[in-house]
Design a protein around this ligand. Sequence first.
Ligand code: ADP
Ligand code: MG
Length: 339
Amino acid sequence: MPEIEVLDKQTIDKIAAGEVIERPSSVVKELVENSIDAGASMVTVEIKDGGISLIRITDNGCGIDKEQVKIAFLRHSTSKIRSVDDLNSISSLGFRGEALSSIAAVSQVELITKTPRAFSGIRFFIEDGIAGELEEIGAPDGTTFLIRNLFYHTPARKKFLKSAQTEAGYINTLMQHLALSHPDISFQLIINNQPKLRTSGNGSLKDVIYQIYGRDVVKELIEVSFENEIFQMKGFIGKPVVSRGNRNFEHFFVNARYIKSQLLSKCVEDAYKLHLMQHQYPFCVLHLTFQGEMLDVNVHPTKMELRFEQPQLVYDAIVPAIKESLEEQELIIESTPLH
Ligand code: ADP
Ligand code: MG
């Protein structure tokens, strides 16, 4: 047996990066979430070649101080929590401090950033985890990340990627979810120089749904609003005519984070049971807000899953609330006189 040794830092970072950065859309997710956490009101994402050769993300958020730029790329460095206790009341999307170090371990990164206090911006390159010098340059307030040649020296990972078109499709879906999660932020996605998605950031969830799904869906929406001692739920459900053949149109956001949840899917599907044919799934965009103590978001590195403290209470509240909204709507339709 060879001797047992602790791995060197670069190897550790590359292994860890594999958990967070699986494909171009993972880079976009991490960086846009950072822009949201930075208080941006505008985020633009540009990709080339499905994000494999280039991802450019520009925000007008708080920027990063010159002295902090290099620290931001260290593993487990974060400005968002200080101790494990903070996890109970987490309000940011990030907190693991793993994204920037992971991205820098598997791509060529260029960062341009400026805080409102600073007189000039900073440009910084980091590649293969090796940092360059900080350069002063003119830049607007906010942050731009350029990620070039993802997985350029991890061919095994690169081989496992799908076609540029499929990868771009994942990024488009991700951007739709991010836009639906934050109607108060204007998002733009540009794929190979073509605008693909643009939301106004005017705060209206219905407008975002319109910008993504168009008029045919928006005219069949029912507004939902519900509140009890443990959580609040707001959003829209689709009338049965806009139901779909798969679950991709069930959108759930918990504390403004897009999540997949068997529990929430079951709630909505059970509420629709009498209204949908078999193998049909409802369209919905539902925002749930819980007090932090009711949730555990630290279940998985991508944070797409979470644990509810009291699933039965959630179920017992959501099913009747949705049923009622659906049935009220049907009563209105039934009582409308025919012409
Ligand atoms: P986390 O988001 O979990 O804190 P990251 O590795 O994603 O960890 O980012 C590290 C730190 O870099 C963040 O905590 C934040 O302070 C800073 N940062 C990253 N992106 C931005 C951005 N777009 N604007 C301002 N600060 C940022
Ligand atoms: Mg982050």
